[in-house]
Design a protein around this ligand. Sequence first.
Ligand code: NZQ
Ligand code: ZN
Length: 389
Amino acid sequence: MDAFTFHNPTKIVFGKDCVAQLEQDLAKYGQNVLLTYGGGSIKRNGIYDDVMAQLKAAGKNVIELSGIMSNPRTEKVQEGADLCREHKIDFILAVGGGSVIDCSKFIAAVAKTEPGYDWWEHMFMKRENVTDALPFGVVLTMSATGSEMNNRGVVTNWESQKKMGGYGDALFPQFSYLDPVYTYSMPHNQMINGICDMLSHLMEQYFSLPETNNLSDALIEAAFKNIMANAAVAIKNPEDYEARSNLMWGATLALNGIMGLGKKQDWMAHQIEHALSAFYDIPHGAGLAIVHPMLLRYIYKDHLPRFVRFAKNVWGLSEDEYANEATLALAGIDALRAYFKSIGAPTTLTEVGIPAEALPKIAEKSNRYPTSYTNFTTEDILAIYQSAL
Ligand code: NZQ
Ligand code: ZN
């Protein structure tokens, strides 16, 4: 294993009706709370009422910021930060999925800067460590990103068509409340997007050096299979509590830092996907279902033993049935793509309305950096996109 430092201060409160305890955590923070949420699903499914009852019981002054869009944009972060300054906000409570949480993380950070500070440049383009932010907590409504227990966030600058990740020591939630019942009302396609996202997070960590028999690799294989097994149950019965529980915790674990310990990690499929979202505003998980298998197809020959292990340990394929290691490795990747298709995720760019002629400019905008596996050029990224048409 490579050397590592692991630190994760987020308190997790998990289980049915756990939000009934929220008041106790809210009591630790100041009087003025900014409640952030998305397009209104929390008003339709009753989560808003549960949370408001807790805020009321804790005697908070509540200011609301609604309308946080999927793939949250810089303007929304700025709007929230301005509200924090205007109302002297002490604490932010984010109620939603990854988009609401990510936007809230950067609202918390930008609120601590001087007005006019070029936070996009510093926090996203230069990726400076964010070390100061208002404290914030989360009530999670969607199993997908892991943002509820990590210190990252992704924001889109629509003007420059860049979707970028930022991070920082101050960007861990103080607490996150995870009630699996809250995910029952997720639209079917969002459940599928979330499943693709969590599996992609596991693969970003699995397909990287070192490739020795690292505990992280074994944990990832187990989590991968557990997520697929529980996804099958939740797809049939969206109100299966055990399946929803495992998916919710599986998504959190997939990106709370633990799974990749001792590994370099890759994250290039995410960069390639973010560029698509920055131009076509497609859901993150859907974009990953399209590009991640094709990225793996592009590189598998350079890392055959790892891909053979994936084919055998995750997909149960046997070397006896394949002519050589390369065909076995490829069969594992094809099984992944077939799996995404079988659960109803898109697996081609055409399905999400992205035409061939748009690809060169998207490839040009995609972030790229050398990883332990790859050092893609713009031409490589374009070739991956073209293979996904
Ligand atoms: O807007 P609302 O009304 O909240 O509805 C949302 C939204 O339309 C809906 N939804 C969520 N929970 C629901 C529900 N509808 C009914 N019932 C519920 N219980 O689902 C839609 C999608 O929500 P969104 O938050 O956009 O999805 P997700 O959690 O997948 O977040 C995606 C964002 O997170 C970023 C992505 O890039 C994208 O911008 N990511 C963040 C990461 C991180 N911070 O660590 C890592 C990821 O790789 C990812 O990049
Ligand atoms: Zn992701």
